[in-house]
Design a protein around this ligand. Structure first.
Ligand code: ZN
Ligand code: ZN
Length: 143
C-alpha cells in the first residue's frame, strides 16, 4: 500500500507544513525525477527560495535524493523508506532518456567496483545508464 504524504513526513521526522505537503505531492505523482524547473512549473506558487529550502530539508531528512544525470539540470527523486537523516542508504542506478531527458530511479542492485586509484577513498558514487525510453523509441520510429 502506498504511504500518504503525512505518513512519509512523519516517518522521516520532517515537520509538516502546507508547502512541504505540496512539494511531496508533486513527487508522489511522478514516476520520473524532477528538476527545479519542472517543480516550478508544477507547483502553484512561484517562490524559488521556499522551494529551494524545502528541497534542502527533504534531502537532509532522506525524503528525496539528488541525481546528476549528465543533463544540464540536477534532478530530484523520492528516496526509499530506508533512507534517513543520517545517510542515504539507497544507492541505485538511474536510467536517463537522451531524447525526452527523463530520469528514472532503478531498483537497488549491486554495483561492483573492482578498481580504484591507489589509496583513494570513496565518498559517493553513481551509475547513469543512458539511452531511449520506450515512449521515445516508438516516437522516433514514426518519423
Ligand atoms: Zn524518452
Ligand atoms: Zn534515484
Amino acid at each position: 500500500m502506498k504511504k500518504t504524504r503525512i505518513e512519509i513526513l512523519e516517518e522521516k521526522k520532517v515537520k509538516i507544513t502546507a508547502n512541504r505537503e505540496l512539494v511531496l505531492d508533486v513527487f508522489l505523482k511522478h514516476e520520473y525525477a524532477l528538476s527545479l524547473a519542472d517543480l516550478e512549473d508544477l507547483l502553484p506558487w512561484g517562490d524559488r527560495a521556499t522551494l529551494f529550502r524545502t528541497l534542502k530539508t527533504f534531502e537532509q531528512k532522506g525524503v528525496i535524493h539528488q541525481i546528476k544525470d549528465g543533463s544540464n539540470s540536477t534532478k530530484y527523486a523520492l528516496c526509499h523508506d530506508s533512507c534517513g537523516s543520517a545517510q542515504h542508504l539507497d544507492i541505485h542506478p538511474h536510467f536517463h532518456c537522451q531524447e525526452c531527458d527523463k530520469t528514472i530511479c532503478l531498483d537497488k542492485q549491486e554495483i561492483q567496483i573492482n578498481s580504484l586509484p591507489k589509496g583513494a577513498q570513496v565518498n559517493e558514487y553513481s551509475l547513469i545508464i543512458s539511452g531511449f525510453c520506450s515512449g521515445c523509441i516508438i516516437r522516433l520510429k514514426e518519423y
